[in-house]
Design a protein around this ligand. Structure first.
Ligand SMILES: Nc1ncnc2c1ncn2[C@@H]1O[C@H](COP(=O)(O)OP(=O)(O)OP(=O)(O)O)[C@@H](O)[C@H]1O
Length: 266
């Protein structure tokens, strides 16, 4: 048994979609407790496929995926449920119920702990209600408790997504392009929330980004994908900005030559 939670191991993982497209190819990757890993790569390189595989939002074709030593690919029923809970997902489009209150959206991160009828009637334990309030406070949104999700800005909605993820008491957060579409100032707020969870709670964060600037600013390690394969994997201390050319330029993407010093880096 590992002392510190939030360890991920992918062994020879490949995924071929039903239409024959290769999403991942022979991926071997070990991520330890408390790392902040940014996955970078061109559009279509397999970043989302990788994140979704980790908490089995979809199955892979080959290989093993271990979360704290437990193979999520082999698990079913309650065991699968438990492993999944330990790796919470944050989505690009927030995935909130727009017509529900912020509180109900956050509580939905806890419904897996209740029988369906109880959740449907909103009969949540006092301690879980308190946890929802505490998690909203962590992302500075306690004052939005009763507000409908549709009345929040994009950044606020994403922070509700983070508070909802925290209801699972995860040891890993998987964030699929959580800041795309947000302005630089809001991006910084969301990224700093994630950084806080990483530094204060030791959560492992694995995040897909398109911004090299963000990767350089927040990551403890950068993993590059191309055509479903890992072509780059370095701790931030060894990363040279010019390395990104390897990941981006071959495909003619001008991100390799652009300075990519976005507002959020300043
Ligand atoms: N449901 C699917 N069915 C078939 N092919 C898919 C499916 N989802 C993704 N793919 C393909 O798998 C490859 C990897 O896609 P993926 O979405 O993981 O890339 P990505 O790096 O996350 O891209 P982006 O940065 O644009 O989100 C692409 O060729 C894509 O077209």
């Amino acid at each position: 048994m590992l002392d510190k939670k939030g360890n991920i191991e992918l062994k020879d993982v490949s995924k071929v979609y039903p239409n024959g497209v290769v999403g991942l190819k022979d991926v071997n990757l070990t991520i330890g407790h408390g790392e902040f890993v940014m996955i970078v790569g061109l559009s279509g390189s397999g970043k989302s496929t990788l994140l979704r595989a980790i908490n089995r939002l979809h199955d892979v074709t080959e290989g093993a995926i271990l979360i704290d030593g437990q193979d999520i690919m082999k698990a079913s029923g309650d065991k699968l449920h438990k492993i999944r809970r330990s790796a919470a997902m944050i989505f690009q489009n927030y995935n909130l119920v727009k017509t529900s209150s912020v509180y109900r959206n956050v509580m939905s991160g806890r419904v897996g702990y209740y029988p369906a009828w109880q959740a449907a009637f909103g009969l949540f334990k006092k301690e879980d209600q308190e946890m929802a309030a505490a998690n909203l406070a962590r992302v500075n949104l306690l004052d939005k408790y009763y507000v409908k999700a549709r009345d929040l800005s994009g950044g606020q909605q994403q922070r509700v997504g983070i508070a909802r993820a925290l209801m699972q008491k995860p040891s890993v957060i998987l964030a699929d392009e959580p800041v795309s579409g947000l302005d630089p100032k809001t991006t910084k707020v969301v990224m700093n929330d994630l950084k806080k969870l990483n530094e204060e709670d030791g959560m492992t964060i694995i995040l897909n980004v398109h911004s090299i600037g963000l990767a350089l600013k927040y990551a403890s390690r950068i993993v590059g994908l191309k055509n479903g394969q890992i072509i780059y994997d370095k701790p931030i201390t060894e990363v040279d900005k010019r390395d990104f050319k390897e990941i981006y330029r071959e495909a003619g993407d001008d991100r390799a030559t652009a300075d990519d010093e976005t507002e959020e880096d300043k």
